[in-house]
Write a protein that binds this ligand. Structure first.
Ligand code: NAD
Length: 346
């Protein structure tokens, strides 16, 4: 369940009073420690003992090594099965914290308090937890639902612009796959700021939540949320391998451009419609050069994507604005043609 928090965090306090955990563990990174933890602690009204665990920020910390350190710390703090973990941060914290909580002692309860736009509209919702391994994105993980998701949009006020823009890509995706009006509202924004995005956040959260409720284990419609991610994840992994991670949403924006073109190649949408969509995505994102990676390397990584089976690469492709298919197999030639199309946009 998603609750949008009042100024005094009353819903969170009520939740903790009802749950009566033995201990609370709050996971933060350096930035959420500085910008968000004081707000949380200032509003937390509980006698239950709590501990704070801080990690450095960044995708490169979303690893088995960090998870292992966290399991060790939970042990040292004598965290038991009735403890509660609060993940206060962006997608890295909610993915990693959810993974650690769902595996420690075969699973302890956790809640997510997302602090980035991407976290609020996407990563904190849907119960996918995970870590990267050997530079493969989210290759190890669990399906584990948080007890609740508490959203406090004011946290966005300190989020750097580049991270705001990253989260905005997942909102655009929600419009493209499920809701043309949402897409129109998003693409008509003149500038991206916490204030301009505030009114549109709940719609994005609702779209994701509605899809998850229909297909939690990703057997069918949930696959549409992967639109832009087959190409996006492969490139994100390559940049991560290079030691130059790019924001997740920027990889997704790039992926959505390629996969919109693939939707055209598949005969789902017209060339004009593809160009209109791609033009709107490009309004918000800088061009990211990918010529340092060979087509073969990119395609090989896509082959490793969790969504594939029988050695074929599957895509979720647009049927129109607001409608998306899934399980569309595309040939390597078509994929390379989409990558070449992207490179020619420069
Ligand atoms: P992030 O967690 O790394 O946060 C981005 C940056 O913003 C970090 O430096 C962080 O410290 C900082 N930050 C967070 N909140 C802040 C605040 N309120 N003020 C100032 N700075 C703040 O990245 P993200 O973009 O939130 O999430 C990306 C991750 O989410 C990726 O690992 C991706 O794989 C994952 N993800 C998961 C799902 C899912 O369904 N589980 C969906 C989408 C993305």
């Amino acid at each position: 369940m998603i609750s949008v928090l009042d100024q005094d965090f009353s819903q969170l306090n009520l939740f903790i009073t009802d749950l009566k955990p033995t201990k609370i563990i709050i996971l933060v990174d350096e930035n959420t420690h500085e910008y968000c933890l004081p707000v949380l602690l200032g509003n937390l009204e509980t006698e239950i003992p709590f501990e704070i665990i801080e990690i450095e920020p960044g995708e490169d910390l979303k690893t088995i090594e960090t998870a292992s350190q966290l399991w060790e710390i939970l042990s040292e703090f004598e965290v038991d099965r009735k403890s509660l973990m609060i993940n206060l941060g962006g997608g890295v914290i909610t993915d990693l914290g959810g993974f650690v909580a769902s595996t420690y002692k075969r699973g302890i309860k956790f809640v997510n308090i997302p602090t980035t736009l991407l976290g609020m509209c996407d990563a904190s919702i849907g119960g996918k937890t995970g870590i990267d391994h050997h530079f493969l994105k989210n290759i190890i993980g669990t399906f584990a639902e948080p007890e609740e998701i508490f959203v406090y949009p004011h946290f966005l006020k300190t989020v750097p612009y580049v991270e705001l823009r990253s989260g905005f890509a997942e909102m655009l995706k929600h419009g493209l796959i499920a809701d043309q009006t949402h897409w129109n509202d998003l693409t008509s924004l003149e500038n991206l700021s916490a204030e301009s995005i505030f009114p549109l956040i709940e719609n994005s959260m609702r779209i994701k939540q509605t899809i998850i409720e229909q297909d939690f284990k990703e057997q069918n419609i949930r696959k549409t949320l992967n639109f832009g991610h087959t190409v996006g994840h492969a490139l994100e992994s390559l940049f991560l391998q290079q030691g130059k991670p790019i924001p997740h949403g920027e990889a997704v924006a790039l992926g959505m451009i390629c996969e919109t073109y693939l939707s055209f190649l598949a005969g789902n949408i017209s060339n004009d419609k593809a160009e209109e969509i791609i033009g709107n995505i490009r309004k918000f994102y800088p061009y990211i050069a990918i010529s340092q990676f060979t087509d073969e390397r990119i395609v090989a990584l896509m082959m490793n994507d969790k969504k594939n089976s029988s050695g074929k690469i599957s895509f979720s492709l647009l049927k129109s604005i607001g409608e998306c298919t899934f399980d569309s197999e595309m040939s390597n030639e078509q994929i390379i043609s989409a990558l070449n199309y992207y490179q020619n946009l420069n």
